[in-house]
Design a protein. Structure first.
Length: 169
């Protein structure tokens, strides 16, 4: 099975207040950003969409609708093909300019959709995360994305770089 672990390095562009457990916050805003990035038929329910079998959002968040399990499988619903490892800190307040990292684990063929994930996380930074401060959520800039020792994305050139798929095992 194809497996990839990607490290995202980011910097807050405004003050941010995040909950003690940051995973659900990251997952929720990420889902919103990914749908905005990839949904061709805006405002449509995924289960009724003509494109659901090829859509990255549907594959990632509507796995039960898009992944066909083998006949006789004892699994009720397939697992989502990603995990976000959020900030591992108990801090809840982050000042403008604070750096933070998180990791993204991708399983299976969804690794080939990594550019959509990177773009969605970049968009997520513009949307903002956490509680509102002065009517704004904590915005951040995506600085770099790496897989092992390989650079995949940098803020400086805002481009995706080729990476060795051997980093994914």
């Amino acid at each position: 099975m194809l497996y990839g672990k990607y490290r995202f390095r980011s910097r807050f562009k405004s003050d941010a207040v995040l909950p003690y457990y940051k995973g659900s916050t990251f997952r929720g805003v990420f889902g919103h950003a990914l749908k905005k990035v990839v949904c061709a038929l805006k405002q449509q329910v995924c289960s009724e969409c003509l494109l659901k079998d090829r859509c990255v959002y549907a594959l990632v968040f509507e796995s039960a609708e898009t992944i066909r399990l083998p006949t006789g499988s004892r699994i009720a619903h397939p697992p989502h093909p990603f995990v976000i490892e959020p900030l591992l800190t108990t801090e809840t307040f982050f000042e403008n300019g604070s750096d933070f990292d998180f990791a993204l684990l991708l399983f299976g063929e969804v690794n080939h959709s990594l550019p959509y994930f990177i773009y969605a996380f970049d968009r997520m930074g513009k949307i903002g995360i956490g509680k509102r401060i002065n009517n704004q959520r904590g915005q951040f800039a995506l600085k770099t994305v790496t897989a092992g020792n390989q650079s995949i994305y940098t803020e400086h050139d805002q481009a995706l770089h080729d990476y060795d798929s051997k980093e994914m095992t």
